[in-house]
Design a protein around this ligand. Structure first.
Ligand code: RB5
Length: 146
């Protein structure tokens, strides 16, 4: 599985911890920035990661900002992206089982790092259930064009 990851300044330190976890798990990833804690604008990184997921051969994206809200708002405006802002292992699992979420959004100022790592682990290791849920994800595209 290939993963694209990005954050703004508020998510930078959590991004570094998640990268350590991905490396330890032998998962391939590309870091789309930011690469320092200086203030920057989350839409730029949401756009880089989501376009990498849609146009290059990345299976999943992970985006981190202070709350995860700005990242999820931006990511969900990109065609083909189903971004889930997740706060628990249960919602991580359900975002995969029911929504086939291809981007995970996390809030570094909201979710403790240990829990965030558990969320990432669960999210990466849960498959889409399909069936009636596939009809619903297809309906998102049909109704919105996104
Ligand atoms: C940055 O201060 C903060 O607004 C940003 O990281 C994010 O939480 C926006 O949704």
């Amino acid at each position: 599985m290939k993963i694209a990851i990005g954050s703004d300044h508020a998510g930078y330190l959590l991004k570094e911890k998640i990268k350590e976890f991905l490396s330890e798990s032998n998962l391939e990833f590309t870091d789309y920035g930011t690469f320092k804690e200086d203030s920057c604008d989350y839409p730029e990184f949401a756009y880089k990661v989501t376009t990498a997921v849609m146009q290059e051969s990345y299976d999943r994206g992970i985006l981190i900002c202070g709350t995860g809200i700005g990242m999820s708002i931006t990511a969900n405006k990109v065609k083909g992206i189903r971004a889930a802002l997740v706060h628990s292992e249960e919602t991580a699992q359900l975002s995969r089982l029911h929504n086939d979420a291809n981007v995970l959004c996390l809030g570094a100022r909201i979710t403790p790092a240990d829990l965030a790592i558990e969320i990432v682990n669960t999210w990466l290791n849960t498959s889409f259930e399909g069936g009636r849920h596939e009809r619903r994800t297809q309906l998102i595209t049909k109704l919105t064009g996104l």
